[in-house]
Design a binder for this molecule. Structure first.
Ligand code: ADP
Ligand code: ADP
Ligand code: ZN
Length: 214
């Protein structure tokens, strides 16, 4: 099964993608996570990506597309994947289509998690990320057992630099200009499914399972 998660930053794509990955036994591929791992490890790619990420802008398509094509070659991606944060532009979606159709494949579903802009700042300012394993929490809606500490690995939880309100505003604008057109793109391909992302995360997941099949 090949699934794309669409939605604004903070809509809950990552949260749902992790739940999908664990239920259906496919890898969760997040371009944001891959970039953050590269930044942490001090790679050249990380240094390049950071310049854009810090400003809330998109990393150039060529960097992202090469990276994701390499990721698809890994063994665990043979039976599908759930993509979180890719594609984010029409050229990225076209590059994905081209690569898949060359292999006689296609994606199965593009799931749009709908959350209005008014809710997004609240979601992002409360998001906390683990510096160790990348797990995501929310101080109100998905709080860790001990404040500031990851339930899974015990490391520290931080507010991502790009989750500060100044940067979130820019990310939302970038989303509307460059990523939202993908909703139409996948609608035209007959792959689009929409879910209400404002309800409890377990209810969002139930709606997704209804689409994917139990
Ligand atoms: P969120 O989950 O909040 O939407 P991500 O972790 O997906 O954020 O992305 C963080 C940042 O990484 C983005 O603001 C952007 O700078 C960069 N990024 C991630 N994926 C892509 C992509 N497919 N194309 C361009 N930039 C990307
Ligand atoms: P994205 O990957 O789309 O940027 P995340 O999955 O990281 O979004 O979610 C953003 C923040 O909102 C996180 O702190 C997460 O715990 C929280 N969150 C996710 N889904 C919900 C939901 N349905 N209701 C309330 N908070 C949520
Ligand atoms: Zn952790």
């Amino acid at each position: 099964m090949k699934i794309i998660m669409l939605g604004a930053p903070g809509a809950g794509k990552g949260t749902q993608a992790k739940m999908i990955a664990s239920k259906y036994g496919i890898p969760h591929i997040s371009t944001g996570d891959i970039f953050r791992a590269n930044i942490k490890n001090g790679t050249e790619l990380g240094a390049k990506a950071k310049q854009y990420m810090d400003k809330g802008e998109l990393v150039p398509d060529e960097l992202v597309v090469d990276l994701i094509m390499d990721r698809f070659k890994e063994d665990d991606a043979k039976n599908g994947y759930v993509l979180d944060g890719f594609p984010r532009t029409i050229p990225q979606a076209e590059a994905l289509d081209k690569a898949l159709s060359a292999a006689g494949e296609d994606i199965d579903f593009a799931i749009n998690v709908e959350v209005p802009d008014e809710n997004i700042i609240n979601r992002m300012s409360g998001r906390r990320a683990c510096v160790g394993c990348g797990a995501t929490y929310h101080i109100k809606y998905n709080a860790p057992k001990v404040e500031g500490i990851c339930d899974t690995c015990g490391k520290e939880l931080i507010l991502r630099d790009d989750d500060k309100p100044e940067t979130v505003k820019n990310r939302l604008e970038v989303y509307h200009n460059q990523t939202q057109p993908l909703i139409d793109y996948y609608e035209k391909k007959g792959k689009l499914k929409e879910v209400d992302g404002t309800v409890d995360m377990n209810d969002v997941f139930n709606a997704i399972v209804d689409i994917l099949g139990a």
